[in-house]
Design a protein around this ligand. Sequence first.
Ligand code: BDP
Length: 333
Amino acid sequence: MKKNLSLILALLMAVCLFAVPAQAAEITLQLSEVHAEGYPTSLADYEFARLVNERTGGRIEIEVFTGGTLYGAEPDAIIALQNGALGFTRVSASPVGNFVPAINAIQMPYLYKNKAHMWAVLNGELGQGLLADIESSDSGLVGLAYYDAGSRSFYLTKEVRTVADMAGLKIRMQDNKMMLRMVELLGAIGVSGIGPNDVYSNIVTKVIDGAENNWPTYQNMGDYEAAKYYILDQHTRVPEILLASKAVLDGLSEEDQQIIRECATEVQAYEIEQWELKEKSSEEIVREAGTTVIELTPEARAEFEERMLPLYDEFGADYKDIIDQIKALGADF
Ligand code: BDP
């Protein structure tokens, strides 16, 4: 009888333990992402949120909003960070260049020999120094980590094999003055202010003749169904950046800030892994769909590179030292 009673008591206690609701988060922050569910950066956002939640014992919850549902235009998400209206956003380094011009130094055209060169720079002293510059500038932004986004190429509704073929084409560019100037140097017309989720409809309605991006975005946004020429000029490698609001971070304890920084850095390896898989599968999908993938002749490619050279003086002069060091590092790759 006694034995039964203690068994019942033990059972009751176990039930009570499991019935206690999970501790509600003390702090809930939001993260804005333009990509759809399942895209490498979206997966990374969720992993970041999961790690932060776990390491703060459930005290901090990060709600991830994908597909641009919170902010469809990356500059708007960045401004929301500055105002403290948003906690985090994962964006391309490109729009960050309009807020922190030094960030243009890591996304100059034809800067890196290859992906390994880029990662040596980003995860080395130069890249980490520039990431820290985001925070020490008066931008109100904190750069937490870089993620991969491959290389960007033009995609158009018209066949382009040389710079001359670019004349007069209307091309959607990211919201970065340097990128707009880039297409101007090619004789085309840069169009900004179009969020990545609206590129497809703007091609279909002929507002633009195309845009530029990596394989995954070209495929995932469905743009490859509207602009059927992918010109493999690979003009830039623009990494992704996970940004935080300085105002929001400052409101957290030192310990929590530290956890957030560590988790963002840790997620980089995971994002790169997911990126590699997606880059391959996207390229396959695009090629199988009958897209005309144009490999430029070495001469044509050299012409693209040459025409973009003035950007180094116009936008890179203040960071010449850093850019020269980045280029010098290329000798090892
Ligand atoms: C993609 C980036 C995304 C940008 C988009 C764009 O992942 O953050 O918003 O390009 O072109 O590659 O706007």
